[in-house]
Design a protein around this ligand. Structure first.
Ligand SMILES: NC(=O)C1=CN([C@@H]2O[C@H](COP(=O)(O)OP(=O)(O)OC[C@H]3O[C@@H](n4cnc5c(N)ncnc54)[C@H](O)[C@@H]3O)[C@@H](O)[C@H]2O)C=CC1
Ligand SMILES: O=C(O)C(=O)Cc1ccc(O)cc1
Length: 304
């Protein structure tokens, strides 16, 4: 495939930045990729393993002359990075981020963007519980969604080009507004992570009594919870602090339903439990029939 951006800068050298580097290389989408991370140790690892073509000594140096700048740091660090790079951005450059929340990132980054620079926020719905410079891989974005939340008045041709970049990385791309994104993600990602963290925390408390039994007899569902609860603490702290309103809204609804189920168990209301589980089973079957199960080889089959 042809080179789309001659020079790309990635700030923050973890799972997403590394995967962007390998996937961009695989598809021949960028000329040179320059990287920067705050910690000296991360930069040393990146140099050692050949992550990026060049590792700069500051965020400002990394973005010098870059056509595309990708902010791949925890969402709580976006503002500081935007402030650091702003004076060094090339006029006409596209700046994007890959943060898991969008409203707060837009509020943090856009005030610092000089006129003539195009800020186009994005969020790949692809990840693992791994983090750091050694965790990236080229296939991460294959067949996953990437959501763009462009601001009103965004340059149409830069938006179309950035969208095509994600498609060339292997993703399916959709656009929506930031508030809607944050509500959808609170339901599908943020609150489920909080539930996994809580369940593993509960098991850990029990573990002090029954010790290794929790691990020894853990069934698949609980093992999935432990995988999710092993995700990066800094990243997830920032996600909840920056998507407060939507997460609290969904958590409120969650606890109401949980209390109703708790009451059904206490009062022996089997019909309530059975009806509830029948409804949720139909949702899973609907996802599979629509070809939207990303674990299935049929994923994307029924896409419009
Ligand atoms: N891990 C996941 O599954 C996904 C993460 N995201 C989002 O992508 C972003 C990056 O996540 P990961 O790559 O997983 O994180 P990571 O923890 O693997 O990497 C983050 C990198 O940012 C660097 N960093 C932190 N603060 C910095 C600062 N002030 N200046 C420069 N570098 C700084 C760290 O040293 C590290 O190299 C986050 O905003 C996250 O919400 C989006 C989709 C999936
Ligand atoms: O590992 C998992 O199960 C994930 O849910 C990955 C993930 C984490 C954060 C995001 O913003 C998007 C995807």
């Amino acid at each position: 495939m042809a080179v789309m951006y001659d020079r790309v800068a990635v700030i923050g050298l973890g799972l997403i930045a590394g995967s962007l580097f390998y996937a961009s290389r695989r598809a021949g989408l960028v000329g040179e990729m320059v990287g920067f991370a705050r910690s000296e140790e991360t930069r040393a690892v990146a140099r050692e393993i050949g992550l990026c073509d060049r590792i700069a000594d500051s965020a400002g140096d990394a973005v010098e002359d870059a056509d595309l700048v990708l902010l791949c740091v925890p969402v709580g660090a976006m503002e500081q990075v935007a402030r650091e790079i702003a004076p060094r951005l090339k006029p006409g450059a596209v700046v994007s981020d890959v943060g898991s929340t969008k409203g707060a990132v837009i509020a943090a980054v856009s005030p610092h963007m000089p006129s003539g620079v195009h800020f186009i926020p994005s969020h790949p719905l692809a990840g693992t519980e791994q983090s750091g410079p050694r965790s990236g891989f080229a296939e991460l974005f294959d067949n996953r969604w990437c959501l763009l939340t462009p601001l009103p008045g965004t340059d149409e041709s830069e938006l179309a080009k950035y969208r095509a970049y994600w498609e060339a990385l292997g993703s399916n791309v959709d656009e929506m507004d930031a508030d809607h994104h944050d509500l959808v993600l609170a339901v599908t990602s943020h609150t489920p992570h909080l539930i996994a963290y809580t369940m593993v925390g509960v098991a850990d408390d029990l573990g002090r009594v029954t010790d290794s039994e929790v691990v020894k007899y853990s069934a698949a569902g609980f093992r999935d919870f432990t995988r999710i609860a092993a995700s990066d603490p800094t990243m997830w702290r920032d996600v909840f602090l920056s998507n407060k309103e939507a997460t609290l809204e969904i958590l409120g609804r969650f606890t109401e339903e949980l209390f109703a189920l708790q009451r059904a168990i206490r009062t022996g209301d089997g019909a309530h439990l059975h009806d509830y589980f029948t409804r949720t089973r139909a949702i899973r079957r609907g996802i599979i029939e629509a070809g939207q199960d990303t674990d299935s080889p049929n994923f994307g089959r029924n896409k419009p």
